[in-house]
Each structure stands twice: as C-alpha cells, then as structure tokens.
Design a protein around this ligand. Sequence first.
Ligand code: BGC
Length: 528
Amino acid sequence: MVYQVYVRSFADGNADGVGDIAGLISRLPYIASLGVDAIWVNPWYVSPLLDGGYDVADYRDIHPLYGSLEDAKRLIDEAGAAGIRVLVDLVPNHTSWDHAWFRAALDADPGSPERSRYHFLPGKGRHGQLPPNNWKSVFGGSAWTRVPDGEWYLHMFDVSQPDLNWDNPDVREEFIDILRFWLDLGVSGFRVDVAHALVKEADYPDAEDDTDAVLSNPTGEGHPLWDRPELHDVVREWRVVLDDYQEKVMVAEAWIPSWERLAKYVRPDEYHQAFDFHFLKAPWDPEAVRATIEGSVAATASVGSIPTWVLSNHDVIRHVTRYGLAPHVEERAWLLSGDEGRLDLDLGLRRARAATLLLLGLPGSVYLYQGEELGLHEVHDLPEGVIDDPVWERSGHADKGRDGCRVPIPWKREGPSFGFGDNGSWLPQPEIWSELSVESQDGVEGSTLELYRAAIRVRAERLGDDESLEWIDVGPGALAFRRGGGVTCLINYGDEPVSRPEGVLLLASGPLQGDSVPADTAVWMADT
Ligand code: BGC
C-alpha cells in the first residue's frame, strides 16, 4: 500500500506557503498511523516548476523550496525507521528547458551531438516555417516549437519540457546513473512518469489522429508517439539495475487502453507494477466496474503479475467530486462552468467511501493520494488568477487544469491554512475543509479518516497472503466477491437495499438498514 505525497501541498515546514521535506518529515507519524508501507513523493528536483516539477532541471538535487539532499536523506532514513519506504518520481520522457543538456543543445548547431539528445528537426514548408509533423502536445497546441536558427524541437507536454531522444546512448546511460544515484541514497524505487511515452517512431511520420489516439484506440498499435514496442528494451535495462539492489520496485504510469498491452509493462523482467487507470475511469456502474476488475486481474495474471489500483492522483479530478457529478457531465467543461447544481458532494462522499472499501478489498497493490483519506473533494472554483497548471494557458483557457486536486492538506480545524503551515498556502483552501481536517476526524468514529485506517489495518491482517477473488452473485445493482482470507466485500451501486452476506460485519462505509446494505454503501463481512 503506497501513499502518494504531493510534497508541494502536504505540509509546510518553513512558513513560505509551500510544502517541503521538513514538513513531510514532521508528518511521518501521521503517515505511519495510516498503516501504509511506502510513500511515493512527486518530483522534488531542481526545476523552474512550469509543470509542477515534472520539468526537471537537475535530476540529482532537490529544489531549494523543498529543502536539500541532506533533507531527502533524512526523510529516507526517518521514514525507514518508521517502517515506511520511499519511492521517488522518475521523469525520463523530457527534461526542463533549464536542464544543462537543453541549454547546450540550444547553443549548439543543427546536427550536433548536443541536439541529438533531444528531437530537433527542420520544419516543413519552403522556409521550414511549418512544424515537422502534425503531432500535438498533450497540454494543447503543436508538439513542436521553433528555435531561432529555424529548427524545431519536440515537446509532448509544455514548451518548457523538451522530449529526450531515447535512441541516443547518452540518454540511456544518464538515466541508469540517475537510478543508481537515488538507489544509493536509499530510496526503494521509482514511479515512472509517462512510461508509455519515451521512444518515438524513427522517421517522425504524421499521426493518423491526434495525440489522444492511443487512448481511444483499443489496441494502441502503431502510434508513432505512444506505447512503442521499443520502449520495453529501455525498461529491461532499468530492471537489471534495480535487481542489483535488494527489494526495489518500479511502477509505471501508462495510460494504455488495452489490458493486453498494459500487461506487457509488468512482464517478469520489466516493471513490478503499472497503474490500472480503467478502474479509476469506470463509471458508477457494477458491470463496468466488474469488467475492469476482471480485465486487470486476468491480464496481469497472464504475465505472472498482479494489478495496481488507484482512484485519485495529482492529475485527475478527486474521486469524491467525480462520483458526485451527475452522470454524463463532462468533467473538464464542468470545471470551467462551475455549475454547482450538477455536483452533489454528499453523494460523492458516500460513493467515495464505498469505493474505498471496494478498492482496499481487491487483490493486488493499492495507491492512495494524499487527502483522499480525509474525503477531500476537487476545489473546482479556484480563482483564475491562482491557476498554476500549464494546461490552462496551453489549452487557450479551454481546460482549467489539475490544480483543484493539488490544494494543500488541512491539518487543523483553524488557522490561516488549516495547519498546512504558518504562513498561508500556495493555493487557497475552501472554508469547509476545517470540518474535513485531520484534527476534526482523528479518533472520531465513523470519520473517513478512521474508515481508511480500519480498512488498511484489516486488509493487512486478513487479505495479505492470498490474492484470490471469487465472485458471488448478489443480483443486479451490486457486486460482491470473496477473498482468500475469508472476507466478503459487497458494494451496492443500485437504488434498492441489498441483503448483507452471511458472517460477521467487519466494516461498513456508511449506516446500514438492519441486515441490508443501502444504496451507495459497501460492507466487509468475515466468515468468522
Ligand atoms: C504527470 C503529470 C505531468 C506529465 C508530464 C504525467 O503524467 O503525472 O503531472 O504533467 O506527466 O510530465
């Protein structure tokens, strides 16, 4: 069980309004109290922070806003002493434009070794005034930007994030060295950013569709940018490095539409884990959810691996809000319109709590995102003036971006930033977060925080050793399965109450009606 820490928004130790390593260290007892095995820390490296740190200028040093390498080491040691491992984020698809390599590439000539570490190409058109092909940036607009001498460079994300050329041996060696640097410092592994990117088709053909094609195309075959077969060679090289150490892991962030292709990432000599985003995207519907569970379990089993589940992270709308939106509301458009009438947060929280019992009842690994254990929702009404996500500008203000799930954590009931720090927070928190703060929920029976703690504890005690799952027919509207440890999980998606399975009640996500489980509620029952 891994807890994701978005360090910028977790806890501020030096009163500058931004979270940091000192703040994180001070909150290790809280993380330990959740019962998780590890934390994954989002990028904390030197960076101009034009994409929240996913624009790395120096992979071997810490951004001064967050602390120093000594602080990182202290975190790894103190977390280790508390039984918590530390995973860091590896960002191999692109660097920042402030990285020494990119600066050198800009100063060098077309065709130079410095440029060949990135993707520099002449443009099309009589004067090379058109981009080399039709590839689009994930954040909007063309994926190519022209430099003063006329060449264009590729950036699948922001203009400040030039893509590295993974056919270049310098790039391969550099990242092996970066892996060793962090492993030697004591981290337990890496979450690998856009793991399905990396290698591009060598002759840069036009894409038949836009960059999202791989997400809508069920096979993902043959896209020039995404999920190229060649990238697996790179992963195997990394795996050899990790296997030189004891008990290290890599988890892939790969938004892949087909389970069959996703399973390739977790073959025995590649990643240990790959997030299954089908589960996160599934609607509130038992058949859809069951299909994602079956798909992921079968695909990972076919390569001898297990699934990795997640409901929220720093890139998606928090699941309390997702589940509280009327069906068929397009999330991005809703974020912009701010039409609150279509959001029911009470319903969203009820469903989120039920989904948590489902999530923690599943076989495989689970990642939690900071604040979900408090039932935090997306802050959809952040004023435009505070928006930091490059998506906002690059989409021409058509997409509000991801800041709403990155708002700093409320620790206390009171105070200017609800205990996040002593001097405000870099994004404003809603007043209602006082009631959702750690202080308001700690030790309070029935709170979301205590539900998470209890479910994590029972999962560790009873569901640890046996990965089996057996479906139980409970009629339409609900899902139920029995796990090897003698625990049955039932979740009711329908409108009508459903009978509770036999056995002893271990946990319920909300109030029960006698022996019935009401709508939008889940239970765990034990055989004995
Ligand atoms: C990260 C994002 C980031 C993007 C580019 C991802 O998928 O999770 O936060 O913007 O990669 O690095």
